[in-house]
Design a protein around this ligand. Structure first.
Ligand SMILES: Cc1cc2nc3c(=O)[nH]c(=O)nc-3n(C[C@H](O)[C@H](O)[C@H](O)COP(=O)(O)O)c2cc1C
Length: 570
């Protein structure tokens, strides 16, 4: 690892923001689609066992959103902070019921497993290729930049999970676990995350860069770090709806775990470790010591002779691409975040919160949000991108906009440096095109008053379309375009380079909530990174607060009667 990468996250963030004005090299890059990588890793020699069939989650999306906001101090509207974890005793999200193998299997299926094949008519350039089986677009519960799904999910299984202890890889296409290593290595994972996060079972989220970089080159890090947030947020929604907890650790010893998993450090990074509370074999409730954060050495779930120190995964992913490219900036930002080991103290994020909106700007109170009683699993299954299907003819009810705003503003990625009184890192802005009873214009959402704070007046359609890079959406036809912002440099100042992962995971979590809520509201949705961020800073007057507009999230009615073909796998 080169020391000169330290501090590079600031430069990368600025380059990403300005890339619409000063293109990031390599300019005029064309992906080699004929030599594209797989959308998952391939371990041909690793044994696999099939996972239990997924079960639907009957709890509503509203329940899931309340639970996930309840465990997150930085989520807006979380009014009852308790301990440093922010969860009020007995409040939403307070439960920490144990996972079981069927529950884990179901959560993985609803997040990264394959649901079916997309064949609807839309405005993306890949449309003509979709009917060919070789180019089939298999969809999942979680959104992903470019549909490339670069996250790898590893399970470090200790004793008591109903499978031989070891390291497993979630083979999404087969809904199976592949064993990469035999033996209990949870002590090694605990050593990498710190003793306070000790658990009997861990999920580890990695990103294989080439899976995304073959298309997005140096921009890749920006996209994949959001993908981590979309995946974790699906888990949080899914788990929160069932009284389970997902609280990732983001500052840990990546090099130690990279070595354990047998990865090449510059090829795949590890972004999050999630300790899981687990049920004892054949019993109810967590095993003593099986609680995430508990002392495993004290209980029967602990112990078990692990493999000798230095043992590591020997199976290697077999890459499909014949020609792999390296991208300097991607490598540098990866090294900067991967080697940033120092965990900031709890409360470090206080200085990076978004400040309150100016008191003198006019406010428009929003109505009560439209309820979202749809079961979580149905909302995840129904989630999809609109890709050009918006039609402005039917304005969005203001209560639907209120639901999207409250849900997205309440979404965050809780982590080990949160303090009970932390304020939100993100703000949601809204360009209103066609919402009943709300004048067209630009606004900031104020969760405390559940109102829109006016920034600009007049229809924003022309601004939006002028500053969009791709041809697959007419942004003016969307009822509303939401824009999450974070004070990226303030987060990096407060937390160091690895804070970049938190910034983008937060945006990813917001995006995934947005999609899932839109599905529950039965409105069209899409998110996009292809816009001129600098113009958005100017239009939304964000220069003073240092907020970076990081994504655009479009919602609205869709054109009726477009061609589709249902192709569902289960
Ligand atoms: C972080 C992120 C960035 C995305 N960027 C874009 C984008 O720039 N343009 C776009 O049309 N879609 C974008 N999408 C949507 C994905 O292309 C979409 O989720 C993926 O192709 C899967 O399709 P589905 O959402 O219909 O299941 C993005 C999604 C995520 C999570």
């Amino acid at each position: 690892m080169t020391p000169d990468s330290s501090g590079f996250a600031h430069d990368y963030a600025t380059a990403i923001l300005r890339r619409g004005r000063e293109p990031m090299p390599p300019v005029d890059f064309t992906p080699d689609w004929g030599d594209a990588p797989r959308r998952g890793k391939y371990y041909p020699a690793a044994t696999a066992f099939p996972l239990p069939a997924p079960e639907p989650v009957p709890a509503s999306l509203d329940t899931a959103l309340r639970a996930s906001a309840g465990t997150a101090p930085r989520a807006s509207g979380n009014a009852a902070p308790g301990s440093a974890g922010g969860t009020a005793p007995g409040g939403p999200g307070a439960a920490d019921e144990p996972f079981t193998l069927p529950l884990l299997a179901s959560m993985l299926h609803h997040s990264y497993g394959l649901f079916g094949r997309r064949l609807g008519i839309q405005a993306n350039t890949d449309l003509a290729a979709l009917p060919s089986y070789a180019h089939a677009n298999w969809y999942r519960g979680t959104a992903s930049g470019g549909g490339l799904y670069p996250c790898s999910v590893y399970w470090a299984a200790g004793p008591g999970a109903g499978v031989p202890p070891g390291v497993y890889y979630y083979a999404h296409a087969r809904h199976a676990m592949q064993r990469l290593l035999a033996g209990d290595v949870t002590d090694r994972v605990a050593a990498a995350v710190g003793p306070q996060h000790r658990a009997g079972q861990f999920l580890i989220v990695g990103v294989k860069y080439w899976q995304n970089a073959f298309k997005y080159n140096n921009f890749s890090y920006h996209a994949v770090s959001m993908d981590v947030g979309t995946l974790v947020q699906t888990w949080r929604l899914w788990a929160g709806a069932q009284d389970r907890r997902i609280e990732p650790v983001l500052w840990f010893d990546q090099a130690a775990l990279t070595d354990l998993l047998g990865l090449v450090p510059d090829d795949e990074a590890l972004f999050a470790v999630v300790p899981l509370t687990w049920a004892p074999a054949g019993g109810a409730g967590p095993a003593p010591g099986a609680q995430a954060g508990g002392d495993r050495s004290a209980g029967p779930a602990g112990g078990g002779a692990g493999p000798a120190p230095g043992v590591r995964v020997r199976h290697a992913d077999q890459e499909r691409s014949r020609r792999l490219l390296e991208f300097d900036t991607l490598r540098r930002i990866h090294r900067a975040t991967a080697t940033a080991l120092d965990r900031p103290p709890r409360g470090a994020l206080a200085a990076a919160a978004v400040p309150p909106a100016p008191p003198d700007r006019p406010r428009i109170p929003l109505p009560e949000p439209t309820p979202m009683p749809m079961p979580v699993s149905a909302a995840l299954t129904g989630r999809r991108s609109s890709f050009g299907r918006f039609a402005a003819g039917r304005p969005m009810p203001a209560a639907d906009l209120a639901a999207l705003l409250r849900a997205t503003a309440g979404s965050t990625v809780p982590c080990e440096i949160d303090a009970a009184d932390d304020r939100p890192l993100a703000r949601i802005h809204a360009f209103v095109n066609h919402v009943a009873g709300i004048p067209a214009g630009g606004y900031g959402y104020e969760p405390e008053t559940h109102s829109l704070v006016r920034t600009t007046a007049g229809p924003p359609g022309d601004f939006l379309q002028r500053n969009y890079f791709l041809a697959n959406y007419n942004l003016e036809q969307a009822a509303v375009v939401l824009v999450p912002t974070v004070r990226t440099h303030a987060v990096l100042d407060a937390t160091g380079d690895r804070g970049y992962n938190l910034v983008n995971a937060t945006i990813g979590a917001i995006a995934q909530t947005f999609y899932t809520a839109a599905a529950a509201l039965r409105v069209g949705a899409g998110v996009a990174l292809g816009f001129d961020n600098v113009s958005y800073v100017e239009e939304l007057r964000l220069a003073d607060t240092g907020e970076y507009p990081l994504l655009i999230m479009l919602a609205g009615a869709e054109r009726a009667g477009l061609g589709d073909y249902r192709y569902e796998l289960r």
